[in-house]
Design a protein around this ligand. Structure first.
Ligand code: G3D
Ligand code: MG
Length: 215
């Protein structure tokens, strides 16, 4: 995807157990910008990332570089450098899969133990909220998020619920942390990069969200 007019690049990862819906969520978000939905995901192999440009409220135009864990989560073979180079992390569980919720703290810890003192913006995601066969309540997920110091949101790639909002929320929190000096640019860190691009007045504006959902 073209990043014309972007001033920063934020590198963000989706982490969580296999089959919680990370690839579907990413694809839905990226397809949303083009107004088309990708076909069902293939089982992910190799390293993959997606991009989408975003205009943030405080004025920054950013390119989100969105990394999928590409099947490595199944074998816990994600490298320290993968974690270390993220500025944002969506910790994803499946609201119908209790085990995936119980593993969230371990995913959180993996990132913290690889990141050192650098700041990462986390967001807890309860995915597949279109399904009624829940095994994790909204309240207990909110409590976990609060105990880990992060926000919580429920999403569905299937019904396009809160998909844009989830990525917007992380991007805005990163923008704020940058402005407050909690996150700083570093030479050897790929989490936030300054893109030296001239603004392109002919860039198409971002498609609007389809509105809040009811789930
Ligand atoms: P992963 O990348 O975390 O491993 P995938 O997960 O994106 O591959 O999704 C795993 C399965 O969950 C897929 O089903 C996919 O269609 C389904 N899924 C993803 N998002 C949603 C959602 O929002 N709602 C519902 N109901 N299902 C979802 P299959 O059957 O193809 O394995
Ligand atoms: Mg996947």
């Amino acid at each position: 995807m073209e990043a014309a007019g972007c001033s920063y690049q934020f590198r963000i990862a989706l982490l969580g157990d296999a089959a919680v819906g990370k690839t579907s969520l990413l694809r839905r978000y990226v397809a949303g910008a083009r107004g088309a939905v990708e076909p069902e995901p293939e089982p992910t192999v190799g390293v993959e990332f997606y991009s989408r440009a975003l205009q943030l409220p405080a004025g920054l135009r950013v390119k989100l570089q969105l990394w999928d864990t590409a099947g490595h989560e199944r074998f816990r073979t994600i490298t320290r450098s993968f974690y270390r180079n993220m500025v944002g992390v969506l910790l994803v569980f499946d609201v119908t899969n209790r085990e995936s919720f119980e593993h969230i703290q371990a995913w959180h810890q993996e990132v913290l133990s690889s990141q050192g003192p650098d700041k990462v913006i986390f967001l807890l995601i309860g995915h597949k909220c279109d399904l009624s066969s829940r095994s994790v309540s909204t309240q207990e997920a909110e409590e976990l998020a609060a105990s880990l110091g992060m926000a919580f949101m429920e999403t569905s790639a299937k019904s396009n619920c809160n998909v844009d909002l989830a990525f917007d929320t992380v991007a805005r929190a990163i923008e704020q942390a940058l402005q407050q000096g909690d996150i700083n640019l570093e030479e050897d860190w790929a989490g936030v990069r300054l893109l030296h691009r001239a603004p392109n007045p002919r860039s198409p504006s971002r498609k609007q969200d389809s509105g809040p959902c009811q789930c």
